[in-house]
Design a protein around this ligand. Structure first.
Ligand SMILES: [Zn+2]
Length: 406
């Protein structure tokens, strides 16, 4: 085959694999991981690479395809993606969400952006690099994990995997995982995440008839507390408004997500509860923030209980400078590819944070630009050209980071 023919053949193969993977219904709540395992076993076979399937829970596989480097003792490169996708409102979709319909140069399916594209792009980049006859200093693990979409306050998927012996054996030095599509020409890159804290506040108070004007009521305390959060929230919104270079990840968000209490319309309640979903900016100190909230609760009146729930402590961001040895080869690749990236703090949570907590530098990056952000949305799609370009981008990045000498 001529060079051009071979490229066309590889492109067709990549699109075909992508569509096949999208057609596996790995959607919550009944995810077909068996289908994913079978599919990835075929992929590993076609790449002539060893594959390992371990179960972090019954029917919850982690799949690792490995390309051993020339110096296998050096810390490895982890190319991570999750296999699961979020549910769909099928009646809101123009095309069937698990058929991977190709229309006007785009593929429509749940998971095209989040994040089956990335999983296939890793594999197809590896295929191309292997065909080119190159080999690398470092071992590369292409890893597929379950249940990212339901992780957080329950321990599943990557949370369990990082605690296994198998994970330690991978000796991961640097990790790549999902980012988000960018509607502009630049690509977004995530090097940290905010600390997610659920603040449970219970206001106890004087009970009695609803017609009174008694002191020390739960309602008045709750109102004082909400006023503090509301003022703080306004300040954070203003920070964003005043400085267009800031993104949501740079500030702290607070939102009332649950309210409960009271027994009867004309009875003063013994307690009222509120839950506040808080995502603390990486520039803030968690302990200081807790003190602030406790202070607000104390000022609101006596008998206010506050409880902070968070899965992870405040995790340091991945450094994008010379203190992170993987950054130089990564940014060199970006320069050579001639693409523009915008480093940001992720506003929600991904598996990268679990790796950062293990002390592993981790970057969230999905090579999707000039595309609306449609993760978890109806009619999620990815342009075929964008998808194919992403494979080239990973080839460029992998070549550099997997060749980083000690
Ligand atoms: Zn995702």
């Amino acid at each position: 085959m001529s060079h051009n023919h071979e490229e066309q053949h590889l492109d067709a193969l990549a699109i075909n694999s992508f569509r096949k993977y999208l057609q596996i219904s790995s959607v919550h709540p009944h995810v077909d991981y068996k289908g994913c395992v079978d599919f990835l076993q075929e992929q590993a076979k076609s790449l002539n690479l060893p594959i390992d399937v371990i179960y972090v829970e019954p029917d919850k596989p982690v799949i690792i395809i490995t390309w051993t480097g020339q110096k296998p003792k050096l810390p490895s490169i982890l190319l991570n993606s999750h296999m699961d996708v979020v549910p769909v409102y099928e009646d809101k979709w123009t095309y069937k969400p698990f058929e991977a319909t190709v229309e006007n140069g785009k593929i429509y399916a749940r998971g095209t952006q989040d994040m089956k594209s990335v999983g296939i792009q890793y594999l197809e980049a590896i295929r191309r690099l292997k065909l080119a006859g190159v080999s690398f200093v470092r071992t590369i693990h292409i890893c597929f994990v379950p249940d990212e979409e339901i992780s957080g306050f329950i321990e599943v998927g990557m949370t369990l995997f990082v605690k296994t012996k198998k994970f330690k054996e991978l000796n991961v030095g640097f990790s790549l995982d999902e980012g988000i599509a960018s509607p502009s020409n630049h690509f977004t890159l995530f090097y940290g995440e905010r600390c997610s804290i659920m603040i449970n506040i219970t206001c106890h108070g004087q009970t009695g008839h609803g017609s009174n004007l008694l002191p020390n009521t739960a309602g008045q305390k709750l109102s004082n507390i909400l006023k503090k959060f509301s003022e703080f929230r306004k300040k954070q919104q203003n920070l964003l408004k005043e400085n267009p270079s800031l993104t949501l990840g740079d500030v702290t968000s607070v939102n009332v997500t649950k309210l409960s209490g009271g027994i009867k319309m004309n009875v003063l309640p013994a307690e009222l509860k509120v839950v506040i979903d808080c995502r603390l900016a990486v520039t803030e100190d968690l302990e200081e923030w807790k003190k602030t909230v406790i202070g607000w609760c104390q000022e609101a009146g006596k008998d206010v209980d506050v409880e902070f729930k968070h899965v992870l402590p405040q995790v340091p961001v991945t450094k994008l400078d010379n203190s992170n040895p993987y950054w130089a080869p990564f940014s060199e690749a970006i320069n050579e590819l001639g693409i523009e990236i915008k480093p940001q703090i992720f506003s929600a949570g991904t598996d990268s944070q679990l790796l950062r907590q293990e002390g592993i530098p981790a970057i969230g990056f999905s090579p999707i630009n000039n595309t609306p952000v449609l993760l978890h949305d109806h009619d999620e799609y990815l342009g075929i050209d964008t998808f194919l370009k992403g494979i080239d981008i990973y080839c460029g990045i992998i070549k550099k980071i997997a060749n980083l000498e000690a």
